[in-house]
Ligand binder design. Sequence first.
Ligand SMILES: Nc1ncnc2c1ncn2[C@@H]1O[C@H](COP(=O)(O)OP(=O)(O)OP(=O)(O)O)[C@@H](O)[C@H]1O
Length: 611
Amino acid sequence: MEKEAMGGHVMVSLESLSLELPNGGGVMLGHDKDISTLQDEISALRSRQRHLDHTRQEALDKLIDLKGSIRVFCRVGPSISATNFQAKSPVAVEHDKITVRAVGIKKEFNVDRVFGQESTQEDVFQEVKPILRSALDGHNVCILAYGQTGTGKTYTMEGTNGKLGIVPRAIQELLSHAASQDSSSTYSFSISMLEVYMGTVRDLLAPRQPLFRSTECNTASIISILATKSGAVEVEGLTDVAIQDLKKANQWYCRGRRARSTSWTNVNDVSSRSHCLTRITIKRSGGGATEEASKLWLVDLGGSERLLKTGASGLTMDEGKAINLSLSALGDVIAALRRRRSHVPYRNSKLTQILSDSLGDGSKVLMVVHISPSDDDIGETVCSLSFAKRARSIESSKDTSEGVKKLKQKRLAELEKEICDAEQELKHLTEQIRRAEISLEERKKQISSACQAHSDEKGSPRSTLVVDHIDSAESPQATDKAKSKVSSHGSVPRFMSSTVCSRQRHSPASHSASKPRLTKSVSRYPAELSGSQSFSCYSSCKNATKARSVAFSSSVPKMKFLAAKSDQINISINSIDSTAASAPPRRESFISRQIQRSPLHQHRRRMSSLT
Ligand SMILES: Nc1ncnc2c1ncn2[C@@H]1O[C@H](COP(=O)(O)OP(=O)(O)OP(=O)(O)O)[C@@H](O)[C@H]1O
């Protein structure tokens, strides 16, 4: 910047000043500072948000691991028919224990949570929610509905119109979490649906999917499963639809449901003849550059069934056999994982192949085992609960000492509190960030309108900026003050004053005639410096900046810009004061250089007329 000391003032060229103040002048300094303060504040809040989100994630991971990475819930379905209803069911339920009694037998099964017949869809979903957070945090998650045919698997997963099941509620939860922005990450979701039917895989969202059964199946929808070196599974060619809103997501989900293979059996009018898998792919981008993807599998398994009981024959019997085979393959995989076997037999069925990267290490599995309350189904009930027992990764309460159980409960409570506290603070932080961002936007808008006002005023090709510490109420005095300053610094070019020679050359008549003209010419400078143009400019600028002036005046050093040479601004060093509170309102005045040239032109004309 070009500076020149002059009588206690620093001379700064206008061009260099405008380079340093890209927003259009000293008036913007305070705003820039305020904006950067807000930006710093937002970035500090975001960093705290990331830290807290990380703490919450870690606590949730520990909590789920402590509870068991394969969790098992049990839901008791409705009595299959009125004739099967018994006042006294052989199945007795407690919070996390089921007792099955029959003549000569009493079997107890421990699970993570039992839902009796009176439990609602909401009760079930509340217990499912934490595992959805794991999916959002980047873990592959698998929720499976398992059980005898007709016990309510489809009801739990899909639900009915008024009583939505896990899948539509989970979609709603994921979308609303992403919209709430309670975490430092941003999410995008997509949905895919497939069916494993008689050992083949069908894309339920493929275009023009015909409802088919058996061998008429559309070969285009038979897709293959690929495993990458890292163990990630890709279902080749599977339709994957981005979901931005709940309405669209539900439309696609309903479309997939309709394409599913169902049939009538003795025990269920609309029995699922396949395993239906809904995949929600979650893409998460957080503070880092990379985008993470995780999968949430929501699986409505085909019903395990005794073929004789279901009255199956022909194709329906084949379907039942295929379902039973793949369920047994799933049981083997879960057992191998639980025993930490080096070989896990994923390849024994399409179902386990597809789920292979969502059942093992780092994944979270939740199995909801469905049982019938009926005496007639006692054999299937015991089979299903034995399957659940095999799947459960943690030891049952019976095998754990009271002391260990208490310690575990204590730790679980601590972790739950940690998660709850982090979530509360995250909510608070989100609100703080939201408010700070609104303030930032407002500041930016104010600056942009001030810039607009400024550029409107800068319509003339070259401008001189005059800023003084004069309140609008003092405008008349300001005019005088400006006049005197301009005169005292000799802003009027020296050659415009009459010289000894010129005075000598003038006759008394011509001298007297020229004098008023000269006076008029000289007096025009101060008049134009502080005239109506200058004040209207000041007043429009002031209006544009009125709202922000209080907020920013505290950070703006006092400056005095005085008109000096035609392309220089005089900044009084003495008047620069960083004491915020004492900064008086600023006044700006802009003078066109064309106006400054005008007297020179008149002067020349006057001189030539004399010769
Ligand atoms: N908890 C429940 N409350 C009310 N109705 C239920 C409940 N569970 C199931 N039902 C009803 O029982 C019937 C059979 O349930 P559903 O079709 O869900 O069984 P499923 O286990 O999926 O059978 P399948 O294996 O044959 O497909 C349906 O009409 C369903 O609405």
